[in-house]
Design a protein around this ligand. Structure first.
Ligand code: FES
Length: 151
């Protein structure tokens, strides 16, 4: 049994290998690795006796699940219309330059993942940067470095 199998076995056992715990199991696997590693869905499928197509369907339905390694910190810039007209594109260039990555990518040291989103429902305080779930409104190119440094 390899290390991934051991980790997933611990997780599925916690839920009594109950197939109704599929989402919780996937959340725990994601929390353990910060993404869903290659092969993890097959292991979950086998251990919960749930068809792989079902596991894959659930894993791809929820945007919170990532199939690529993610950084220890996730910086999400809103590029929706309201944030865009307030300068989100300038912020994105600033973030890309500072981190050396494009949206959807993770820095080589696994420190940051940069993402964009269309609207977070807080248009009044845009442009908006979310770092590890904390909202930073009225973001500016001058402030973004300080916020990222705190991550
Ligand atoms: S457009 Fe950015 S929060 Fe709505």
């Amino acid at each position: 049994m390899n290390q991934t199998q051991q980790v997933i076995t611990r997780i599925t056992s916690k839920y009594g290998k109950n197939r109704s715990a599929l989402i919780s199991v996937l959340q725990d696997v994601h929390a353990a690795y910060n993404y869903l590693p290659e092969g993890s869905l097959d292991i979950v499928s086998a251990q919960l006796a749930v068809p792989l197509s079902t596991v894959y369907g659930v894993a791809t339905f929820f945007k919170a699940f990532s199939f690529a390694p993610r950084g220890r910190h996730v910086a999400t810039l809103c590029t929706g219309t309201a944030c865009h007209v307030r300068g989100a594109s300038t912020l994105l260039v600033e973030a890309e330059t500072r981190l050396g990555i494009s949206p959807g990518e993770t820095t080589a040291d696994q420190r940051f993942t940069l993402e964009t989103v269309n609207c977070l429902g807080c248009c009044a305080v845009g442009p908006l940067l979310v770092l590890d779930g904390k909202y930073h409104g009225q973001m500016t190119a001058q402030r973004i470095a300080g916020v990222l440094e705190g991550g």
